[in-house]
Design a protein around this ligand. Structure first.
Ligand SMILES: Cc1cc2nc3c(=O)[nH]c(=O)nc-3n(C[C@H](O)[C@H](O)[C@H](O)COP(=O)(O)OP(=O)(O)OC[C@H]3O[C@@H](n4cnc5c(N)ncnc54)[C@H](O)[C@@H]3O)c2cc1C
Length: 324
């Protein structure tokens, strides 16, 4: 018999939602077209508590970081894979203006408890995490395929609604039949990264000034990520990332092993999307994770489960209805 709930898409959003449903005993099926175009296959999975040129704490980081940590640790045990690591970020100042902004915000206590020691070059950000999102979706997919819960293939939203009572679209950049984003006019932002070989990096330190260098395994790192709205130029992206790698790696030799790209989805107010399509009460979604999917997905999945099991409303900051 078919489950009344179908989750369409098994990137980070669909994986976290499926996991939360499973934990809560909610019956569901998953369908996914393969991870070749999934942002979760390419993304770095960094949860950085202090980000951006304005040097601000990530939205809701204090509340969401503990939930993310607990959720990914639970998934590690379930899937028998290493998925999440505690990291520090060495954030380097671009110029004097950034130095001043940091000093003022720190003095006002706006960056606590994450801003650590500082010197003339930059400061340390404590409490960062890194989630191996590619390993997570791969391991979860293999398990659900074994359990007969995940079907490989592409499904239209209309077709899914015809066969299931409730459909939750977790389709990332693919706005299936133009309906998977609940009518919200989201932007697609292409991001590119380089995989490089480089020796001698501290395994738990992310280097960051605009771009970042993330050590991934002994002798390898990722360098990322670019932001391009509309048509992306891979050649320029590579030059840009190579320049940042030279600066951040301070003279260490590196070789480019590969270049990869993915597409992030961002709602007009840069907040994520969860809840129902205002025009179709049986169609839900999780999307608009932007560049913060690793932090946001566990929280949005929990909201869905609280809604399905206890009828709790979604946080008004994330519903699609906020744009009406
Ligand atoms: C270069 C880059 C760097 C990034 N770095 C970070 C970072 O450091 N930290 C962070 O938190 N986030 C980062 N992100 C963002 C993060 O990767 C995304 O927010 C997240 O992966 C989005 O997950 P998703 O499940 O919404 O979409 P996706 O991962 O794209 O998954 C969507 C899935 O749905 C499937 N699908 C779509 N349509 C259908 C259909 N009709 N039928 C069946 N299946 C369908 C697709 O095949 C795919 O598997 C980065 C992204 C990029 C591109």
């Amino acid at each position: 018999m078919r489950a009344s709930l179908l989750i369409v898409g098994q990137g980070l959003a669909g994986t976290l939602l499926g996991h939360a449903c499973e934990q809560a005993g909610i019956a569901f099926e998953l369908v996914d077209a393969g991870h070749a175009g999934a942002a979760s296959r390419v993304g770095a999975g960094i949860i950085n508590p202090i980000t951006g040129q304005r040097i601000v704490k990530s939205w809701e980081i204090d509340a969401l970081r503990p939930l993310a940590w607990e959720t990914y640790r639970g998934l590690e045990s379930l899937l028998g894979a290493s998925l999440v690591r505690e990291m520090r970020v060495r954030r380097l100042f671009r110029d004097d203006a950034e130095r001043r902004v940091f000093a003022e915000k720190r003095a006002r206590g706006e960056l606590a408890p994450y801003a650590g020691e500082a010197d003339g070059e930059g400061f340390w950000i404590e409490g960062a995490l890194q989630v191996d999102t590619a390993a997570l979706i791969t391991a979860a997919r293999a398990r659900w395929v074994r359990m007969g819960r995940l079907r490989d293939g592409r499904v239209g939203i209309a077709e899914a609604l015809a066969n299931h009572e409730t459909v939750i679209a977790c389709t990332g950049a693919e706005n299936g039949d133009g309906r998977a984003w609940a009518g919200v006019s989201c932007a697609r932002v292409t991001g590119e990264i380089l995989r490089v070989s480089v020796a001698g990096l501290a395994p738990d330190v992310i280097l960051n000034r605009g771009h970042w260098v993330l050590p991934t395994s002994e002798g390898e790192a990722k360098v990322g990520a670019t932001y391009a709205r509309g048509e992306a130029d891979s050649r320029l992206a590579r030059l840009e990332l190579e320049r940042s790698a030279r600066e951040l790696l301070g003279g260490r030799r590196f070789d480019v092993l590969a270049q990869e790209s993915g597409v992030r989805v961002t709602a007009p107010d840069r907040r994520p999307l969860a809840g129902y399509d205002p025009a179709e009460p049986r169609l839900g979604l999780i999307n608009g994770l932007g560049s913060k999917g690793a932090l946001l997905a566990p929280w949005l999945a929990r909201q869905w489960v609280d809604h399905l099991t206890k009828g709790m409303p979604f946080d008004p900051a994330v519903t699609a209805g906020r744009f009406e």
